[in-house]
Design a protein around this ligand. Structure first.
Ligand code: GLU
Length: 354
């Protein structure tokens, strides 16, 4: 999966505004684990301004723009420095992408940014994205980094956006009241206005209103969005490994909006080959929760196909249960069938049940 993780200023800073290096270190550990499990990760990290504020002692009287420029210039370096050395411990290289809202408005710049991040990912580099706060013009800024992370997720065709904040998700009442319950799943069309508090976290620019607006928009484009608490231990890994036991709010993605999926849905006639899967795998991919097809469930390969080709998925009786875009060639499937640790054969975003 390609996962975008947005880390809010409040996750990265302590109550006194100083950088929480222990927390950042924990999030780096988890990101390294996601990478090891075969996922591509892009971080959208806030915290430059908050970090700069705790480093610089202001001498002159500064207006709000000058403060943001000064603090972000200093804080961004400190932040990247920290990410750089923590990721180095895992042998992972990071790269910095500073962007502005204007860069998303023209197709040319949009594609240029996209290929920049694609080239980083394909070379094993973790992109760490932030707004270029030093030179962003106030009126043209992103509402906050939640908006930026949504744009990145959509541009990079991500499977999932995880927005890490300092609360567990969206509640059906005031989060500080014991009576309020965490809303586990939110539908694209659900009206949230009655639930969301207008207040925002103390160090970042964003609030739950922008978060949920962006999340619903992305979900309607078919991208899963999760809001979770970045201060919880092991949150990123737990969200993927045991989502049922991990507090969060999920914005359930709308089905079949991606053009790829539409293409696959009409692909019956041009499947290049097929795989036969065992009963467990049939149950997994046809169950209520969207699940990718893993190599571990494959028992046989028929015909020849290349990575990216459409293939049919059959049950042990030979009945076609799904079609999808294969992430491997037939030769690779043959040699790796039955293995656990590898990336899915067909990601659920690229699979249609028949
Ligand atoms: N770009 C800002 C920073 O790094 C954060 C914006 C936000 O809080 O959403 O400090």
């Amino acid at each position: 999966m390609r996962i975008i993780v947005k880390i809010g200023s409040n996750v990265l800073t302590r109550e006194d505004g100083k950088l929480d290096t222990t927390r950042i270190s924990a999030l780096v550990d988890q990101t390294a684990k996601l990478r090891k499990a075969g996922h591509e990760v892009i971080l959208v990290s806030s915290g430059a301004v908050a970090c700069g504020r705790s480093i610089v002692r202001k001498h002159a009287k500064l207006d709000a723009v000058e403060q943001r420029q000064l603090f972000s210039a200093v804080g961004q370096v400190r932040l990247m420095n920290l990410y750089y050395s923590l990721f180095q411990d895992y042998g992972i290289t990071v790269g910095q992408v500073l962007t502005m809202k204007e860069s998303f408005s023209t197709r040319k710049e949009y594609l240029n940014q996209r290929s920049c991040m694609e080239v980083m990912l394909s070379n094993g580099v973790v992109p760490i994205v932030n707004e270029n706060d030093t030179v962003s013009i106030t009126e043209l800024m992103f509402t906050d980094n939640d908006e930026l992370s949504g744009l990145v997720a959509s541009m990079m065709d991500a499977s999932m956006l995880v927005i890490l904040s300092n609360v567990d998700g969206i509640y059906d009442g005031n989060p500080s009241s014991a009576k309020s319950q965490l809303i586990k799943e939110i539908d694209v069309n659900m009206d949230l206005s009655g639930y969301i508090q207008a207040g925002k976290s103390s160090f970042g620019r964003g609030g739950m209103t922008t978060k949920s607006g962006i999340a619903q928009k992305l979900a309607s484009e078919g991208i899963k969005v999760i809001i979770a608490n970045g201060k919880r231990e092991n949150i990123l890994v737990d969200l993927l490994q045991k989502p049922q036991d991990t507090p969060h709010t999920e914005f359930v993605p709308a089905a079949s909006v991606s053009s790829v999926k539409k293409w696959i849905a009409h692909s019956e006639g041009f499947a290049k080959g097929s795989v036969v899967i065992n009963d467990n795998a049939v149950r997994a991919i046809t169950g209520k929760v969207a699940a990718s097809l893993l190599l571990v469930g494959v028992t046989a390969v028929e015909g020849e196909f290349e990575e990216g080709d459409i293939i049919a998925v059959k049950d042990s009786a030979g009945k076609v249960v799904a079609f999808g875009k294969s992430a491997y060639s037939s030769a690779e499937v043959k040699s790796s069938a039955g293995q656990h640790e590898l990336r899915p054969l067909i990601h659920y975003d690229y699979m249609c049940l028949s």
